[in-house]
Design a protein around this ligand. Structure first.
Ligand code: XIL
Length: 335
């Protein structure tokens, strides 16, 4: 049998991928089984999907992914318990549409975490407990959200406590994006110190890794991994993809004349970027405990829809027909 990513990196870390229930069939299923050994549900464990109303759970899609992982001996990372997005508004509101009290929201958060973590106890080895809680503006520390507004800044510690109580063996992560950038990195480190001081049962830092052919630089990545691993926590790359475009938050539409062709020049730039990243991962192979790609192959990436709807991206190691791209060979050289 031909070797896949998971075999090349078997001595280093699990190689994961974000999946939907629909991707567990046909050619994408074959690719998943050939190349990866860990799954993250891309959307179906988010609160808005799995717990759309107070007394209503939508288990079937998540159950399908967990069952598939069990049948095929794959690990599962749970994603994500507490987030400011893809979260139903019901959790913050009473019957009259007013914000609930801190006590009520804590009760509901606990009930949510108990149900979801409890259901998959022993089957999900790591959970993104809190996702993206740090503000993009360097002047601020935590992002303004309903969680922060109603509960206060100990909402993170509470979430970790509830998750730990629901499955004491699961590894519990704080997960965020753009956290290689020094000013955000330093606030992540500050948050980790705060969580530790409050006694939060946190085990890991998840670096999303939505990167591009432009950044981060090798030095920034090395420095961030050094500082994150020095906290003594597990460190994982949880949502890796390498966009062809500069990350511009305000850009929501294609600019006139913009092309989204996967040109030779872009191909080479992407190979260089992936090599740069995997070279650093290799330096940290004893410390990193997982790498997960955000989507299976270029046939579908969330970046085809975000931040610019309908702009094709080619951010992964496999092409639109689920075949290995040239960049694949460059990556496995660093295993
Ligand atoms: C994305 C999914 O890939 C999309 O399908 C969905 O429409 C929006 O969310 N950071 C995260 C992920 O933590 O949950 C996001 O996933 C991508 C950014």
């Amino acid at each position: 049998k031909e070797k896949g990513l998971k075999d090349y990196f078997a001595e280093d870390f699990p190689m994961g991928v974000a999946v939907s229930p629909a991707s567990l069939e046909g050619k994408s299923k074959e690719l998943i089984l050939a190349e990866y050994n860990s799954l993250t549900p891309e959307n179906v464990m988010k609160m808005g999907v799995i717990h759309p109303k107070k007394d209503e759970f939508n288990w079937a899609p998540a159950d399908k992914i967990v069952a598939f992982a069990q049948e095929n001996g794959l690990k599962v990372r749970g994603h994500a318990l507490v987030w400011h997005q893809q979260t139903g508004d019901w959790i913050f509101k009473d019957d009259k549409g007013n914000d609930v009290s801190r006590e009520v929201l804590l009760d509901r958060m606990k009930a949510h975490i108990d149900s979801v973590v409890g259901r998959y106890k022993g089957k999900i080895y790591a959970w993104d407990v809190v996702n993206e809680a740090i503000d993009d503006n360097p002047q601020n520390f935590l992002r303004n959200s309903k969680w922060l507004e109603i509960i206060g800044d100990d909402f993170l510690t509470k979430a970790f406590e509830f998750a730990h109580a629901a499955d004491p063996n699961a590894k519990l992560f704080y997960n965020d994006y753009n956290i290689i950038i020094p000013e955000k990195r330093d606030r992540v480190l500050k948050l980790i110190d705060k969580l530790k001081a409050e006694g939060a049962p946190i085990n890991g830092i998840g670096i999303q890794g939505h990167w591009s052919v432009f950044n981060p630089s090798e030095e920034e990545l090395q420095q961030a991994l050094k500082m994150y691993t020095e906290t003594g926590l597990d460190v994982q790359i949880t949502e890796l993809d390498v966009s062809l475009y500069k990350w511009e938050k305000e850009q929501r539409e294609r600019r006139p004349g913009d092309s989204d062709e996967f040109t030779e020049e872009r191909k080479l730039a992407q190979i260089e970027a992936y090599q740069k990243f995997f070279k650093v991962f290799r330096e940290y192979r004893d410390k990193l405990t997982g790498i997960t790609f955000w989507n299976i192959a270029d046939r579908y990436s969330w970046l085809d829809h975000y931040p610019v709807e309908g702009r094709k991206n080619y951010p992964l190691l496999f092409d639109e027909n689920y075949q290995r791209k040239q960049v694949y060979d460059s990556v496995i050289k660093f295993s």
